[in-house]
Design a binder for this molecule. Sequence first.
Ligand code: TYM
Length: 331
Amino acid sequence: MTRVFSGIQPTGHLTLGNYLGAMRRWAEVDQHRADSVFCVVDLHALTVDHDPARVRRLSRQTATLLLAAGLDPEVCTVFLQSHVDEHTRLSYLLECVATDGEMRRMIQYKEKSAKERERGGSVRLSLLTYPVLMAADILAYGTDEVPVGHDQAQHVELARDLAVRFNQRYGYAFVVPKATLPQVAARVMNLQDPTSKMGKSDESGAGVVYLLDEPDVVRKKVMRAVTDSGRDVVYDRQEKPGLANLLEILAACEGRDPEELSGAYDSYGALKKDAADAVVEVLRPLQERHRELCADPAYVEGVLRAGAEKAREMARPTVDAAYRAIGLLAP
Ligand code: TYM
C-alpha cells in the first residue's frame, strides 16, 4: 500500500493556504486511499525565535484542527514529532550525507534568514539544517508520496536527493519519495499582497484568512482583497495575480476550474462575494468540529499518544537499518 506522510508546523494560526494546499486533501483523499501518517512538526517550530508557552498552545491547537478538518485516527496516524525520537536520530545521519552548499540553496532558508537579519536578530543553526530534519520526517516512514503545497516542493526534492545518495553510498535503506501538489490552490496568496504567499507568520494578518476566523471577519478580509487594475475578470496569474488568487480560492472551495469560473463573472465585486461565501461555507464544519473537540482535550491527547506509539513502530526499523548501513554497531 502507498505510504503517505506529511507535516505541519505549529508556528502560528493555521491558514486557508494550509487547508486548501494540504490539509483538505489529507482528509478527503489521502487517508482513504493510502496508509497515511500526519505529523505536527513541533521541533521545526524551534528554528525561529519562539515562546515555549505559545509553541505548546499552538501544538495542541494544530493537532485539534487536523482532527477537526477530518483526519480520522481510525484510518490514519496523527502525532507530534517530538514524541518520536526516530526523527532526530535519522536527521543526524542525513546531515552526514547532505552538504553545506545544498542547505544554503534552500529558498525558504534564504528568505527567512534574510528577514531575521533585517530585524537585527541572529539566525539559528537549526534554520539551516531544518530541511534535513524534514527529510528525516519523510524518509523514516518509507514514504512514497508527500502531499504538500508548492512552497515545500524544494524540500521534498532534497529528501529525494538524500535518499538516492544514501542508498547509493551505503546500500538500499530508503524509499525515494515524491511530492504531490494539489491541482488548484497549490500556492494561495496573501489577499493584501498577492505576490507573496498566505503564511502563518504574516505580521498584520489582514491578508490572511485563519481557519478559526469568524465568518464576518472572513467576509471582510476577502471583500477587501487587493485586486488588479481593469474590469475584466480573467484568469492570469502573471498579469492579474489578485484576481487569479480569488478565482483559485473559489475554484478550490467548490472543486471547480479557475479558468472556467472566470467566464461566469463580469465584476470583481460579484467574484469577491462568492469567494467570501464559499470560504465561510468550507470553514463552517471545521470550526464546529473544532469547538466540539476543544471541549474534550483528553480525547485529543489520547489520539496523539496512540499515534506516537504507532509512528514509533513504523519508523524504528527503517532508522535502525540506516544506522547499521552507515557503519554504526548495533548496541
Ligand atoms: P507549513 O507548516 O508551512 O505548511 C503546512 C502545509 O501547508 C502548505 N501551505 C500552503 N499551500 C498552499 N498555499 C499556501 N499559502 C500555503 N501555506 C502553507 C504547505 O506547503 C504544507 O504542505 N516544512 C513544512 C512542514 C514539514 C513537512 C515535513 C511537510 C516538516 N516535515 C515532512 C511534509 C513532510 C512546513 O513548514 O509546512
